[in-house]
Design a binder for this molecule. Sequence first.
Ligand SMILES: [Zn+2]
Length: 329
Amino acid sequence: MVHFTSSRHDERDSPILDPSASSVTGVSDIDDSVNGSEKHVRDESRADSRSSRKKKRRRAKDGGISEINGHSSSSKRRHSISKAARDPRDEPSKRKRKREAKVSGVDTRSPSPVIDFDGLSRPSRGTRERLEESTEQAAERLEKMRGAVRTILECVGEDPDREGILDTPTRYAKAMLYFTKGYQQNVRDIVNNAIFHENHNEMVIVKDIEIFSLCEHHLVPFTGKMHIGYIPNNNVIGISKLPRIAELFARRLQVQERLTREVSNAIMEVLKPQGVAVVMESSHLCMVMRGVQKTTATTITSCVLGCFERKEKTRNEFFSLIGLNGSAR
Ligand SMILES: [Zn+2]
């Protein structure tokens, strides 16, 4: 679920794009050129469907070869933008798969789309590479980044050899590696046996976890607060681990929707509670400093799993405890 209190973030691939939401905020009309070009593409495809008669004739001639590059695959596309474009890996895991995991008890491929079999989190092709690199490889990585930053400095019209910014490439490269240190972290190392048997089956909430993340579309920060709640299933997790799990996923290139979902799924997977609810409110600098320049806009995303998803009462209790009106879901 995504809620926009006054404006929406301009992620063009936002999987939860709801036409009613954009018409309410009206942001789509004043969005940046990225969305404009997308609109153009959509218009083109409409024009194509108009010439479908021509296409049919062509198909008859070439035995359907044009279907591959043509638009006949549109029948497989979702018919409405009100339906979320879902990655199949994001679908909630089936009961059957849960039972399988319980039986095996060994390291198998994780049932969630978030944590891989080795405890590293997807998607991050370079994760293992970065985690296991030698000192020389690390130096090489830093040098490559320094070069890239130097190029940026030149491109913005600076003199990269000016005294004040002489060390900026090195500083920025190091800062960037810090901002993305989540790529080197393993969920299992973080949890590190801090799961305790406890017959406490009431809601546990950690509120106002500060989040600093980078928007993957602009490499610009988005910052805010995350609230995590769960209902134990005879096991509780060390309370400090929840912010650390949030930090792991925040210190990667993100979109807020995915960050919320990944934290939720990861807790569900490592703890197997009755349910997890994660809400995040944040401000995106890519929206504040550029684009629509809505300085007071807050983007709220939530992901509820298990009993929070099934029971409205539980969900509302969580929303009211973190200070969000339950009806504003
Ligand atoms: Zn952005």
